[in-house]
Design a binder for this molecule. Structure first.
Ligand code: SF4
Ligand code: FES
Length: 258
């Protein structure tokens, strides 16, 4: 009989055995600062993962195998962003990823890198949301409102269509090596949010917004590595948003126009 232990002994990390062995070994990061001096990994074997998302697997483990396991989740519909984790080294949404699509017999689950650890798969998001709040993530229109709505043409709306899909899961910011080494860098999620309002012609503080990101901890800190774009579960080109902000800043400085 082939067991999870045998699989580990065989070191078949990259071997696809689906159809031969219906078993997935989850290797999950565990750390409780109140009890542990250092993190460890704990394994859980799930015999039947067909149709299961990673979040389903985590819920199954918590409900049936180990109630002490901690992780975040809410909507289970790829909308709230709370279930973002790192699976086999890639940031993703646990509720939006089928276990079997990873095509691995061993799946390592870790908290999002780059953020302070709280417990198991839960990280402290305060630094992330501090950066988000710092770019004024809301429309500011100080002029007298028209009688009806503020009209916007389709072309302008399209310019920030992608950026408006952001669910603030932090997968992009967490995957950025610059964020790992510089806690003051605004990061791709906050900068994408800044672009979303710079591109919106109903917003009336464009100059102020450009000044917010035109500094060494803003758009110029980005090294254009593209890990942020690669990790976005909503397929938002976050690196492209940063590039658009740079172009807008240069245009503004050359012409004085916005
Ligand atoms: S841009 Fe994508 S990865 Fe980044 S926070 Fe928004 S949805 Fe998540
Ligand atoms: S639980 Fe809300 S995005 Fe996954």
């Amino acid at each position: 009989m082939i067991t999870a232990l045998t699989l580990q002994e065989l070191d078949v990390e990259n071997v696809v055995l689906r159809g031969v062995i219906d078993l997935v070994v989850f290797r999950i990061f565990r750390f409780d600062p109140a009890r542990n001096d250092a993190p460890t990994f704990q394994t859980y074997d799930l015999p039947d993962t067909a149709g299961m998302t990673i979040l389903d697997a985590l819920i199954h483990i918590k409900e049936n195998m180990d109630s002490t396991l901690s992780f975040r989740r809410s909507c289970r519909s790829a909308i709230c962003g709370s279930c973002a984790i790192c699976a086999n080294g890639k940031n993703l949404l646990a509720c939006n990823t089928q276990v079997n699509d990873l095509k691995k017999v061993r799946i390592t689950l870790e908290p999002l890198p780059g953020f302070p650890m709280m417990r198991d798969l839960v990280v402290d998001w305060e630094p992330f949301f501090d950066q988000y709040r710092s770019v004024k993530p809301y429309m500011v229109a100080r002029s007298t409102p028209p009688e009806k709505e503020r009209i916007q043409d389709q072309k302008t709306r399209k310019a920030y269509d992608e950026a408006a899909q952001c669910i603030m899961c932090s997968a992009c910011t967490s995957s950025c090596p610059v964020v790992w080494t510089d806690g003051n860098y605004l990061g791709p999620a906050a900068l994408t949010k800044a672009w979303r309002f710079v591109a919106d012609d109903r917003d009336e503080i464009t100059r102020e917004r450009l000044a917010m990101v035109n500094n060494e901890e803003g758009v110029w800190r980005c090294h254009t590595i593209f890990r942020c774009t690669d990790s976005c579960p909503k397929k938002i080109d976050t690196a492209g948003s940063i590039e658009s902000l740079r172009k807008k800043i240069i245009w503004h400085q050359l012409t004085g126009r916005i």
